[in-house]
Design a protein around this ligand. Structure first.
Ligand SMILES: [Zn+2]
Length: 245
């Protein structure tokens, strides 16, 4: 069973062929919501497809900075319907304003406390704010995965030491730094993802079954058979979710 721990399969890019895309391979796909309206869309999608898992979240780039309190209330009202809290995190790459970054940290704290209370893992977007993220996550007992991690090996090892997972999108095939991280982190802390429709092996629309491309890249790097890695990732995902599939 293949695992896509982070996708946006609800995106309109898939409106014409979502059915066939989700049936192309034997896969469990996590669909991550980025704001309130999008979370509703995620819930619609999971009602239709038994292999899609709902993740409810508020992406740092999609916070309504004019009304963060209203936005977070609406999002958290849906959290009980999620199996994973995502997409959440810190984005200091696009958001440079210090006030807005502070709002991001507050919202992240609120969502992490819900994840902790409801014993749900989180899949996190961190661009440029890793130091702050690690400080914040340290005060919560939450299983976490850094999606599309793009940092150094040294910081990857810090994430692992703190109990975190790292997921690799198919873009790993053209990204030496991610390959280097994959070579260094323990296999039992690795997950596969696509961030569909983004981060594909080429610049075309990415899709969940492309996690096979990540598996092949890991197979070359680790010198382990693809089937064996598929099983390792599946077991990692079960542990991450604390569920039996
Ligand atoms: Zn995403």
């Amino acid at each position: 069973m293949l695992i896509d721990v982070h996708s946006h399969i609800d995106s309109e890019e898939f409106n014409s062929d979502r059915d066939s895309i989700l049936k192309k391979c034997n896969i469990i796909v996590v669909d991550a919501g980025i704001n309130y309206e999008n979370n509703l869309k995620v819930l619609e999608i999971v009602a239709k497809y038994s292999n899609v898992i709902p993740a409810i979240g508020l992406h740092p780039e999609n916070i309504n900075y004019d009304d963060p309190e209203g936005e977070i209330d609406r999002v958290t009202s849906l959290a009980s319907k999620a199996e994973i809290i995502s997409e959440i995190g810190l984005d200091y790459y696009w958001i440079k304003d210090e006030e807005k970054r502070k709002v991001q940290r507050e919202i992240l704290g609120i969502l992490l406390s819900i994840a902790e209370k409801e014993n749900k893992p989180v899949v996190v977007h961190v661009r440029g704010g890793l130091k702050d993220f690690l400080e914040i996550i340290a005060s919560f007992k939450v299983r976490f995965d850094i999606h599309a991690y793009e940092g150094s090996v040294k910081n990857a090892m810090k994430i692992v030491e703190m109990g975190g997972y790292i997921s690799f999108p198919p873009v790993i095939v053209r990204d030496k730094q991610r390959q280097n991280v994959a070579l260094n982190v323990p296999k039992e802390r690795v997950l596969t993802e696509t961030d569909s429709p983004f981060l594909g092996p080429t610049r075309d629309r990415n899709e969940p079954c492309n996690v096979k491309v990540t598996l092949e890249a890991l197979s070359t790097l680790w010198r382990v058979d693809t089937k064996e890695i598929e099983e390792i990732i599946f077991q990692n995902f079960r542990r991450f979710l604390n569920k039996s599939y």
